[in-house]
Write a protein that binds this ligand. Structure first.
Ligand code: UD1
Length: 415
């Protein structure tokens, strides 16, 4: 199994280009199932999840090729509307095929995603909403079997779930009549999915607000060119790396509006942040001020940067708290960060971090995508050598992270 070796405490300086957003890409890939034809997606990150989703689309009957960060998808043949367990268990976003397959075929079978490394992740909001669209849903052999063509209805989500919003948008655009979705997610990934669906010919009003009005169409058209938006989580991760390691990092190809809360928090922590069009420059500061964060749905502080922020606060000058209000159990990185010399204690979904003057390199183990990112950040800031094992997690969400960090001066090798 591959691991990273990092020799830490080196200043980082230079430019890093941000790639396309995984969480925008995955539902856009499944939405190509809605209308038969040829699609071309650009700025596609070369991730394990991209390849897993490509494999899922192939099993359903599509043909997919991926080269030079461009995906070519043909969905003329969609013959087997099944997302099997072996793929769903490695990537929960496989659940995104449910909505479009119902729209196109009125039939989908998707393995029920179990929990994940950091606790239960239910899909009840998706299921309840699809039932309201008249879809018949049963559980057979661990698979959700959904049958019926969606019929418009009014739905108010009890929580603005990203996945349920995406799935229901995709289920409704070919549905019969009007669907009104209330309390929807506002994440840029969902807005981008909406833009893509509108480009396919979907009638969606209210994109960017918490209420969507969708008038079902009889058919949609394929989209021959679409650019995946920049990944705000990747951007936030590299900004925190710059803030932690001193020096000056410029991240390019980013939409600063998508991470304004992260920029505000970084400034509060005492680092200088400058935004120029699609670039953000962060200048590290040796004295980091402690800054509390609580995660919330967009435009709040993203749960996908919670682990990285905790890593940052381990070397702040004082006490801070980080609370995760989206995923209460998403803290598997905490004991690993403590192995590097951090002083973090947990109480329910709140981490209390007392900053230490130095972290010290150690062997640690990554447990999920963002936990891995936090361990890389902490190791980069540690004195001495760290070894991070199980790094296959990081390859799910960050394209060749070690090469990009090396370019700005990090001593990191994969072995
Ligand atoms: C997406 C992101 C993930 C991010 C998360 C929250 C993708 C592929 N993944 O995941 O990186 O961490 O948003 O920003 O885009 N919930 C329910 N029932 C449901 C659905 C969700 O109770 O049916 C709960 C979840 O347990 C969680 C919260 O709602 O507590 C948010 O989940 P959701 O927004 O659905 O996240 P995902 O779409 O799974």
């Amino acid at each position: 199994m591959e691991k990273f070796e990092i020799l830490g405490a080196r200043e980082l300086n230079g430019k890093i280009k941000i790639n396309g957003a995984k969480n925008a890409l995955l539902p856009i890939m499944t939405s190509t199932l809605l209308a038969p034809g040829n699609y071309s997606l650009n700025n596609v990150p070369d991730l394990k999840d991209t390849r897993t989703m490509a494999e899922l689309l192939r099993r359903i009957g599509a043909s997919v090729s991926f080269k030079n960060n461009q995906l070519l998808i043909n969905t003329v043949n969609v013959s087997k509307p099944v997302a099997p367990y072996d793929l769903v268990k490695t990537m929960r976003a496989s659940f995104y095929v449910l909505g479009p397959l119902l729209g196109r075929l009125g039939h989908a079978e998707v393995s029920l995603p179990g929990g994940c490394a950091w606790g239960p992740r239910p899909v009840d909001i998706h299921i309840e909403a699809l039932k309201k669209l008249g879809v018949n849903i049963s559980l057979e052999g661990g698979n959700i079997v959904a049958k019926g063509n969606p019929i418009g209805n009014n739905i108010k989500f009890k929580f603005p779930s990203v996945g349920a919003t995406g799935n229901l948008m995709m289920a409704s655009v070919l549905g019969k009549g009007q669907t009104i979705l209330k309390n929807v997610a506002l994440e840029p990934d969902i807005i981008s999915l909406g833009d893509f669906l509108i480009k396919m010919g979907a009638d969606i009003k209210g994109l960017g607000t918490s209420e969507l009005v969708i008038n079902g169409k009889d058919r949609l058209n394929p989209v021959d060119e679409f650019d995946i938006i920049p990944d705000r989580i990747e951007a936030g991760t590299f900004l925190i790396a710059g803030a932690m390691c001193g020096g000056s990092i410029e991240i390019e190809n980013v939409n600063p509006d998508h991470i304004s809360i992260v920029i505000d928090k970084l400034i509060e922590s005492g680092v200088r942040v400058k935004t120029v069009k699609n670039s953000i420059i962060v200048n590290g500061n040796k004295k980091i001020k402690p800054v509390n964060v609580t995660t919330a749905p967009y435009p709040g502080f993203p749960t996908d940067l919670q682990a990285q922020w905790i890593a940052y606060m381990t070397i702040a000058n004082g006490l801070s708290t980080v609370t995760d209000e989206i995923y209460y159990d998403r803290f598997t990185h905490v004991p690993e960060l403590n192995r590097l010399g951090a002083n973090i204690t947990m109480n329910k979904n709140t981490a209390t971090i007392i900053g230490v003057s130095n972290l010290k390199g150690a062997p640690v183990m990554s447990t999920d995508i963002r936990a891995s990112a936090s361990l890389i950040l902490a190791s980069l800031a540690s004195i001495g050598k760290s070894k991070i094992s199980r790094i296959y997690h990081i390859d799910r969400g960050y394209e060749k992270i070690e090469n990009r960090l090396k370019k700005v001066g990090a001593d990191i090798t994969r072995s």
